[in-house]
Design a protein around this ligand. Structure first.
Ligand code: SAM
Length: 255
């Protein structure tokens, strides 16, 4: 049941999610545009010279790439905000909670949570890797100003596999598209263990991610959390196609 959800229209600039360590977002977009242009030219040539096979193959690949890119940009710029507004609304927060966002980046989810915390606090922790364009603590703080929640947030630099917080500190732990960036299963497991350590008894956890979410669910059950669930977040959070969905794992720490 959605009670009070944050506004989906955002004032800040949250960049684009992706792996920009080797090739920048701008170059990736230019390379993709060049490939699509060549494929469209091939399609036209195929039609002109009467080779339907060439026209069809090139046209279908061009269309597939355009749809892939469109879905990807939609998820990063629009879809994740729609989906997280619903997730946060469904959590029915009281407004005085202490919330931790693991890998907050430029604050997409952190600042929506902060909107729901007039008497609480939202802490974001990150290592500011190039998994998002323009990722930095200053960009997050700037967005917090633009969203009008700067007085409710704190931004820390740190590794989520070794959280610099005391046991049982937070009422809610959230995370969006972060854990898959951690290289090994052991370190992803350490991140789950750390989240559970700093979550207070009775506190809740909501982690959205790609790929290994079944392992997070298994680990949370091993650690004795209750109501452990995993679900597909739907087309608003497909990364280019239904073959790359985002799944949400939720759980509650026993009192
Ligand atoms: C794709 S971005 C998502 C950011 C944000 N959660 C959002 O939804 O906009 C992934 C983020 O995870 C951060 N990250 C990756 N590994 C991390 C780690 N071990 N500790 C802290 N942050 C990490 C990156 O720096 C990056 O900001």
């Amino acid at each position: 049941m959605t009670t009070h959800a944050p506004d989906v229209r955002r004032q800040g600039d949250y960049g684009l999610d992706g792996d920009f360590r080797v090739i920048s977002a701008r170059w990736q977009a230019m390379i993709l545009a060049a490939i699509v242009a060549v494929l469209i030219a091939l399609t036209v040539c195929g039609i002109v010279i009467g080779s339907l096979v060439v026209a069809l193959v090139a046209g279908v690949i061009a269309l597939g790439l355009v749809l892939f890119a469109g879905s990807y940009v939609h998820t990063s710029r629009v879809g994740k905000f729609k989906v997280w507004a619903r997730i946060l609304g469904d959590l029915a927060l009281h407004g005085d909670e202490q919330v931790l966002d693991l890998g907050c980046g430029r604050g997409a989810v952190l600042l929506m949570a902060a909107e729901l915390l007039p008497r609480g606090r939202a802490v974001g922790i990150d290592l500011w890797h190039p998994d998002q364009t323009g990722n930095s603590p200053d960009a997050t703080r700037r967005n917090a100003e633009l969203e009008g929640v700067a007085d409710r947030i704190e931004v820390e630099t740190g590794d989520i596999t070794r959280l610099p917080f005391a046991d049982n500190t937070f009422d809610l732990i959230i995370s969006n598209l972060v854990l898959h960036n951690i290289a090994s299963n052991a370190d992803r497991r350490a991140a789950i263990d750390e989240a559970v350590r700093v979550l207070r008894p009775g506190g809740r956890l909501a982690i959205a991610d790609l790929l290994a979410t079944h392992r997070y669910r298994a680990r949370l059950r091993e650690l004795g959390l209750t109501d452990v669930r995993r679900r597909n977040l739907g087309w608003h959070m497909w990364w280019g196609s239904p073959f790359f969905p985002t799944r949400l794992v939720t759980a509650t720490k026993k009192i």
